[in-house]
Write a protein that binds this ligand. Sequence first.
Ligand code: HEM
Length: 182
Amino acid sequence: MRLVGSRNAGRARDKLCGLRLAGLGQYFPASLPPLRVCEAGPLDFRWQNFYTLIPFHTMMIRIASAVLSLAGLLALVSGIAFWSGIGLNLLALHMLLGLLAVGALWTIGIGQAFSSSGSWIIAASALILGILTIAIGLYQSSLWVGALHWVIEVVHLTLGILTIGLGHMGAVRYRKSTAGSR
Ligand code: HEM
């Protein structure tokens, strides 16, 4: 007998009870005593119970935090490589990674704006910082071209690091504020 998936949980229980009554109890593994399965009453698996275990917004913040770590780190490493003249053909990938990092920052910022113990300062800073990071990233090649171009490069690098830092600050704050509620 093989019943896979949450929808089959109730059917599996009924089947187990049926087999036990038919005298096949000795075939059940020790970790799953049939009597206990039957005594437990109907299995109550519902998706809303699952979401109560890990709320949707908590899951979103966790995913955003992971995306921010990965995309932010790869954008930083590829950007530093560009600085040394390496891998300039990967510029489009770098931009995509940077946009992903900013998207993750905005997701965390939205989490701060709508969570009861969130910070409006972090939420607003995330929005503004994200816009600045994308704007400077998109136009930096044509900004202050010449002897002072390094200033724009340093500004771009600083905004990128701030994007990663602020995002993680918001995610940690969110995690702490919801730690007791799960
Ligand atoms: C976490 C976010 C990011 C980090 C850490 C980061 C880091 C860097 C670094 C260190 C460089 C080399 C130095 C420089 O030219 O400034 C660079 C170059 C560059 N980045 Fe980013 N970046 C990020 C996001 C973005 C985004 C969102 C875009 C555009 C949408 C972008 C576009 C570019 C471009 C076009 C260059 C090459 C500029 C040139 O060679 O003139 N970056 N990045």
